[in-house]
Design a protein around this ligand. Structure first.
Ligand code: UTP
Length: 289
């Protein structure tokens, strides 16, 4: 049976102001963690979850992302001529197949909901994944693979969730939880960036979603929400009474590479997972702590 979740949308049109000046000319999705840009971790996670079509919602100044997933003709020929076959094979091994990567543009940064809506014609009317590249996920199976597996049982909509300290709930989309089996939590309500004292729980949505095609007519209304942005959470909340809606506690770890400390932690954590640098990195870190 083919994977019912075939397409993933990667909204990468944000400004990345929290990582300036690094992100003045470089898309934040291209910041390297060890030796791979953050966006490549996301693509590999999606591919491991059975995704066949990768849809990037970009903006001005993000053309390096297109280049990264393109055939690097000059580089590849030069590597070939120099006999650097190991490096060349490594690059070719993860290069997406022709025709599986699509790009569209969000012309103005009007919010995450708007960015996802920009991909509506490429997705069509089928369930699909949304991957926020800033959230670098580690662990096997990957977060999205766990969600695809859960979706095969529940159908409807699934968001990845995590508990955060109560004083941080105002930075996230927050769940009003129903039945909870320890892994899957029924979603009774969703609210974007609530005040700390009225948040319905400390279970927050992180950057992985599986949504039904029914989200697009809801996004179409372009209603502004928290921060004056067109919020994905507001349209998701309207799906709750119509279709199954669950939160999934994933087993891996999340690193928020959209902010400085999360990005630095991702480098240390991913470095410690890499046999070629782990021992040396440990020695270096010890010198500073
Ligand atoms: P963020 O909240 O991290 O916003 O967006 P940002 O603009 O990227 O970064 P800061 O806050 O200025 O540092 C969450 C995700 O939604 C995408 C971003 O690219 C990021 O993956 N996004 C956000 C869009 O694609 N378009 C938007 O209008 C807003």
């Amino acid at each position: 049976m083919s994977n019912p979740i075939r397409k993933a949308v990667f909204p990468v049109a944000g400004l990345g102001t929290r990582m300036l000046p690094a992100t003045k000319a470089l898309p934040k999705e291209m910041l390297p963690v060890v030796d791979k840009p953050v966006i490549q971790y996301a693509l590999e996670e999606a591919r491991a979850a059975g995704i066949e079509e990768f849809i990037f919602v970009t903006s001005r100044g993000k053309s390096l992302i297109e280049d990264h997933f393109d055939y690097g003709f000059e580089l590849f020929e030069t590597l070939k001529a120099k006999g650097k076959t190991k490096e060349l094979d490594e690059l070719l091994s993860w290069l997406p197949k022709a025709g599986t990567v699509n790009f569209t543009r969000q012309q103005q940064p009007l919010g995450l909901g708007h960015a996802v809506w920009c991909a509506r014609h490429m997705v069509g009317d089928e369930p699909f994944a949304v991957v926020l590249v800033d959230d670098l996920m580690t662990g096997t199976p990957g977060c999205l693979a766990e969600m695809v597996e859960a979706h095969a049982r529940t159908g409807g909509n699934i968001v990845a969730i995590e508990e955060v300290p109560q004083d941080q709930v105002n930075k996230y989309g927050v769940l009003d939880p129903g039945a909870d089996d320890g892994t899957l939590v029924e979603v009774k309500g969703l609210v974007e960036k609530p005040d700390i004292d009225v948040a319905p729980s400390n279970l927050t949505v992180v950057g992985r979603y599986i949504l039904s095609g029914a989200i697009f007519p809801l996004l179409e209304t372009q209603e502004r929400g928290a921060g004056g942005e067109i919020q994905l959470t507001d349209s998701m909340a309207k799906l709750i009474d119509r279709e199954p809606f669950h939160g999934l506690r994933f087993t891996g770890r999340r690193f928020d590479c959209g902010k400085k400390l999360g990005y630095l932690e991702a480098i240390v954590a991913c470095g410690m997972d890499r046999p070629d640098v782990a021992a040396g990195l440990q020695d270096i870190v010890r010198q500073y702590v």
